[in-house]
Every structure is written in structure tokens, then in C-alpha cells.
Design a protein around this ligand. Structure first.
Ligand SMILES: [Zn+2]
Length: 142
């Protein structure tokens, strides 16, 4: 029985490399063969230059909080016991931005996750198939 009651991604041929990498503890994203832009969507074409063809590339997993908020409304019943919870957009050091959660905060308040704070990826296996990429405050020393 699967105890994880939150929505899960529908893994398909285009997105499988992302999920396989996350399961193995790596953050990988598709990168355009032509202009080099990273994508956070899983299509074989580039919305930046219109080119066709992408390859998968490993990213450092390091970034900074670009936007933050807390969700107080229950959009899916699986989140009933979590509200309020944080949602952040992290700008990775390679450029792309990901919507995620920040973990490892003491009280889970926005003051603990200010815009610009350095974060690093952590890999959260929520089911045997799906590992979610979340971020925690960076352990790097300034
Ligand atoms: Zn491109």
C-alpha cells in the first residue's frame, strides 16, 4: 500500500531521465543542443531558440531562493496536515528556476528562507518510483 497521499508526477518517456537521476541522488535537466539553455520542462525542443534537440546534463544542485511563500489553503487533501507549508522558487547557479519546498528549517517560517539565501538540493524518496527534489539551507561556509 502506498502511504504517500499527495499528487505524484506522471512519469513518461520525456521526463524519465529527470526522475531516474533524482532517484540516484542527482539533479539533471535537459539542455538545448543549440543555445545551451537549461529547461525545467521535458520536451525535445527549446523555447529559448526554437531549436530541436536536447541532452541531459547534471547540475550542481546549488542555488538561491528567488521567491518564497507559504500555502495556507488545502488544494489537495494529502496536504491537510501540512498547511501552512512553504513553497519556493529556487534559481539554480546554472540559471534555471525550479518550484520546490525548503526543508530543514527550524520553524518553517519565511524569515528562515529569505530571498537570496543559498540552498542545496536534497533528494526525498516519497515512493519507490518517485524521488522529489527539495532544497535545504546550504551548508557551505560563506
Ligand atoms: Zn535553445
Amino acid at each position: 500500500m502506498n502511504a504517500y497521499a499527495k499528487p505524484l508526477p506522471a512519469i513518461n518517456e520525456q521526463s524519465r531521465p529527470y526522475w531516474d537521476a533524482a532517484k540516484a541522488g542527482r539533479l539533471e535537466l535537459p539542455r538545448c543542443d543549440h543555445c545551451g539553455a537549461f529547461h525545467t520542462y521535458f520536451e525535445p525542443w527549446c523555447s529559448h531558440c526554437g531549436g530541436e534537440g536536447v541532452h541531459w546534463e547534471r547540475l550542481s544542485g546549488r542555488g538561491r531562493i528567488w521567491a518564497n511563500c507559504r500555502f495556507h489553503k488545502v488544494y489537495f487533501s494529502g496536504f491537510e496536515t501540512d498547511v501552512p507549508y512553504n513553497v519556493a522558487m529556487v534559481e539554480l547557479e546554472e540559471g534555471p528556476r525550479m518550484v520546490t519546498n525548503i526543508v530543514g528549517l527550524k520553524h518553517d517560517v519565511l524569515d528562515e528562507m529569505p530571498i537570496g539565501m543559498e540552498v542545496e538540493a536534497v533528494f526525498d524518496p516519497v515512493t519507490p518510483e518517485v524521488t522529489l527534489v527539495r532544497f535545504r539551507p546550504s551548508k557551505r561556509t560563506p
